[in-house]
Write a protein that binds this ligand. Structure first.
Ligand SMILES: Cc1ncc(COP(=O)(O)O)c(C=O)c1O
Length: 454
């Protein structure tokens, strides 16, 4: 394969539409980074710079880059069976094995798995299934969805309608009126003067009021990420998910846990819902860490109870994508899960993830670091103009982007989001690498802080 120079890549790249990007800003010469190879916790750009992959690809490369075992499993699978669908009466060994494995790992009676190609589609799939479920139960009005300000559930029309409205500024979302957004559990800015328990009461009250106003008979589901990721790493107060689970169960509203990011080790467990938050939802949607990003694959894992209704005599499952459970993707997931289990990666994250958490919390002594939050390998740092008043930096200062650029110059990729920098690295980072990350962040934040104050 001929190696392209950076200029050659970027010239060709003028035809590529990047996702969630400021397309005008990307027209500037140095705005884009081409990643050409990756190994372990590092990636290499087209200029030969080795960078710590502080965002794990896109919160997905859990077991690290370049794992031969997964790559071999994909090629072996393709040589044996390149493609067959899981439509109609067809199946194949890898999809069958993977569905059994996921059912074994998922909590409670979540034993039935539908595959798709992305987290967005997995979230859409769960809503389609619940709408059909309620139709079959003779409740055609029970269709509305409770989501939250700050949520990110994907960018198909329906997933975007469930996502926080800020993400569709200037864009349309499907199904006006279908989704109601509850208050955000953004403690740093929403819980001024409240204890954790008081804030939890406020959030629970907001849910109860919304259910009362909309009518439980019109609501099919509440969808929530265990920790909100792309909304800015928002961690709900202790006991939140259990309490919300109780309220939804009391009102016959299904609880959908969007574990697209949090499953497969990122928070120290295969699934976070029960092991980290002590509750079993009705549906878990997951993707990303399921294959560690080596192949596109997502799963919608539903309870036996829902499955009973949608599979009763006379029912037809009118949903699916050509690549649902693609053999290569299923083989990648099986090999990935084998590595996670054999190397006890979730268990290791319980230790290394805490070290990472503590290292980032140490940055709080810097005068523009207002808040550090998150859990294990899912962390965010929020920058403020004034630590006492929490006054944010003006948007046009692009503080997150400036710090991400300063960090990249020093060998670390982070993800800017307004005034926040997000870190969601591979789960194989050791203590030495964590300390390097902390050092790079400290220098980058200090440098940018000084420049802004000059
Ligand atoms: C919590 C969550 N849900 C859903 C999605 C959408 O997944 P995908 O980009 O694979 O469609 C994402 C993507 O980042 C996510 O973070």
């Amino acid at each position: 394969m001929n190696k392209l120079t950076t200029d050659e890549i970027l010239t060709k790249d003028a035809h590529l539409i990047q996702s969630f990007a400021n397309l005008d800003g990307l027209k500037q010469a140095d705005a884009r980074t081409a990643i050409v190879s990756a190994e372990g916790a590092y990636v290499t750009d087209s200029e030969g710079n080795q960078l710590i992959d502080g965002i794990g690809g896109l919160w997905c490369v859990n077991v690290g880059h370049g794992r031969r075992e997964i790559i071999d499993a994909i090629t072996t699978q393709l040589k044996t069976l390149d493609y067959y669908s899981t439509f109609y009466n067809f199946t194949h060994p890898s999809a069958a094995k993977l569905s059994e494995k996921i059912a074994e790992l998922a909590p409670g009676n979540l034993n039935r798995v539908h595959f798709s190609n992305s987290g967005s589609v997995a979230n859409d799939s769960s809503i389609r299934m619940l709408h059909h479920y309620n139709n079959r139960l003779g409740r055609p009005n029970k269709k509305k969805i409770l989501s939250r300000i700050g949520a990110y559930h994907g960018s198909t029309h329906l997933a975007m309608a469930m996502t926080t409205p800020a993400y569709s500024d200037g864009w349309d979302t499907a199904a006006e009126g279908l989704v109601h957004h509850l208050r955000s559990p953004y403690a740093y800015r929403e819980a001024e003067g409240m204890s954790d328990a008081e804030f939890l009461d406020v959030l629970a009250e907001d849910m109860l009021t919304s259910i009362h106003n909309i009518g439980a008979e019109n609501i099919c589901a509440f969808i929530a990420e265990p920790i909100m990721g792309a909304g800015g790493i928002l961690v709900a107060p202790d006991g939140y998910h259990k309490r919300m689970r109780e309220i939804t169960a009391e009102h016959d509203i299904k609880y959908i846990a969007d574990e697209v990011v949090t499953a497969f080790g990122r928070l120290g467990h295969m699934f976070a819902s029960e092991d980290a938050y002590g509750m079993v939802p009705d549906i878990i949607n997951t993707a990303k860490g399921l294959t560690s990003g080596y192949q596109p694959l997502a799963a919608t894992i539903i309870s036996d109870e829902i499955y009973e209704v949608i599979s009763e005599p006379g029912a037809m499952f009118l949903h699916g994508m050509t690549y649902s459970g693609h053999p290569a993707a299923a083989a990648a997931a099986l090999a990935n899960i084998e590595i996670l289990e054999r190397e006890e990666i979730p268990q290791r994250v319980q230790t290394t993830g805490k070290i990472f958490e503590n290292a980032l919390h140490d940055l709080k002594d810097l005068d523009i670091v207002g808040d550090v939050r998150g859990s294990h390998f899912m962390m965010g740092v929020e920058f403020v103009e004034n630590k006492v008043t929490k006054e944010p930096f003006a948007e046009e200062k692009n503080i997150g982007l400036l710090i991400a650029k300063a960090a990249q110059k020093r060998g670390l990729i982070g993800r800017p989001l307004g005034n926040i920098l997000i870190l969601s690295p591979t789960l194989i980072m050791d203590e030495a690498m964590i300390s390097t990350v902390e050092g790079i962040l400290r220098e980058s934040i200090t440098e940018v802080g000084k420049e802004l104050r000059a």
